[in-house]
Design a binder for this molecule. Sequence first.
Ligand code: ADP
Ligand code: MG
Length: 563
Amino acid sequence: MTQSAREWPDTVLADGTERLRERDVRDMNVTAGRVLADTIRTTLGPKGMDKMLVGDRGKVVVTNDGASILDRLEIEHPAAQELLRVAESQRDCIGDGTTTAVVLAGELLAEAADLVEKGLHPTTIDRGYRLALDRARSELAAQTIEIDPADTETLLNVAHTAVTGKWSDDEAAALLELVVEAAQSVERNGVVERRRITRTTIPGGAPTDSELVSGLAIDMGSSSTTLASLDVDLPTRIEDAGVALVDDQLTVEKADAITHVSVETPDQLERLADYEGAVYREQATGIADAGADIVFCQKSIDDEVLAALARAGILAVERTRQDELHKLARATGAEMVMRVDELTPEHVGRAGRIERRTVAGTHLAVVGDCPDSEQRSLLLRGGTEHVIAETKRLIENCLDDVTLAIETDGVVPGGGATEVALAATLRDAADGVAGREQLAVTAVADALEAIPRTLAASAGLDPIDTVLALRNRHDGGDETAGLDVTTGQVADMVDSGVLDPVQVKRHAITGAIEAATVLVGIDDVILATSDDESEHGHDHDHGHEGGHGGVEATGGYPWAVGH
Ligand code: ADP
Ligand code: MG
């Protein structure tokens, strides 16, 4: 979310309790971890509390003693599982908005617990939450701002919002432009054809040295070293080139030759050399006759074949990755052959241009201007593997958001603006809802405002004052007012360029509300006070008491694990 949000307490599990962490508490990001930890703490109730020690620097440490509880939680506890599922679904389906989804789900659970305490029945909460979801979704659609794929400025804003607080502004500026350019360059009829973007890592330099290349950039690897040592002047650019793809290895099968042929006389040695030479020439001639100017080979190529090919003016690249071969096939129309002697002109694809380029000592063959699908390559740079990996991840996040903004309807104002607007709509709608569902609808409005509260807190501002200020602005008709965390000011989020793809919000809100209703309705997670409720005859109208017997007292804690 923001820099300071990353310093929030993390969930660390002691020996033997790694499983929960492996299931991506870390990836879900720190805030999700905190919410999960809070939820676990609440759900464990007073019995579990003494097993969980809050260590220094705010880390929640689960001792070995607590391990069994946590183990059971992981398998059986619906609340923890459901929160994990919300986070996983958001991450896997959308790629962004994990924090929003988990904060919201956690908040909705807390609200539900309060409602139960007030005497509402789970089915009432369920109905109210679903009503709120419907209303929120239609309001979200109404808030959506359509965007034109050619609107670079707006797309840059979307990308920037996705990485606020995760990248330094200098680095971000250069990389965001790359991301937007990449997305726009592969956009066709409103669809961002992501498979036409290839990421190639080139060690060295800074992330800001990364670039977008038109065409498919393929690392020539060791082939380039061999080519450099040859006394052949190979072209650095070929126009209208033939491209051959071979799954075979371009070698003489030496192992066979050596075990089966014993060389005793100089004459025999000469004949063996002749034989090898003939095979190499044959392979090279076969490729040349098929009309190839460049051959990509999944396996290795003997130096002699490389040399023979080079003399025929043909570039050869060995050990090309399988996925790259597939992309080459798609782009150039080439058909991969399993054996080099099967290669015919029909198998050879076309590329408008082939260029040899060297970037920071890495030799690349760039295959561009292809007839079937034009590729783009992002050359990612960075001093260490860690930096490159981080850059890759952030670029991926940005690309996800830009893609969503282009492909699914558009964007909504960020910085809590949309949540405050939805909350206002829900409060209005609640007035028209008969019965106790009204309270549940209002509870969803309150839960939505946890987003601006969280943003305010992470920006070091007072959450309550911020939300009040936002409500005032919205009441005054400024429906796009939100909190700009970079300035700490309430401002128009559209003017400030803080924009989230509407799909990120839609999925987060839907996932969170659905998870909460699932939990409210589950028999195993028993709202402890619902028994009191039935005894005292609250909420009769909504019936469905269902088997809630045999619940242990949980000392005021809302959730208890069924046995
Ligand atoms: P994460 O990506 O960390 O999981 P989310 O994507 O769920 O977090 O939430 C990020 C929130 O931060 C969104 O609500 C977004 O609108 C907000 N945001 C991003 N940039 C800014 C900004 N400059 N000012 C205010 N809010 C911002
Ligand atoms: Mg985000």
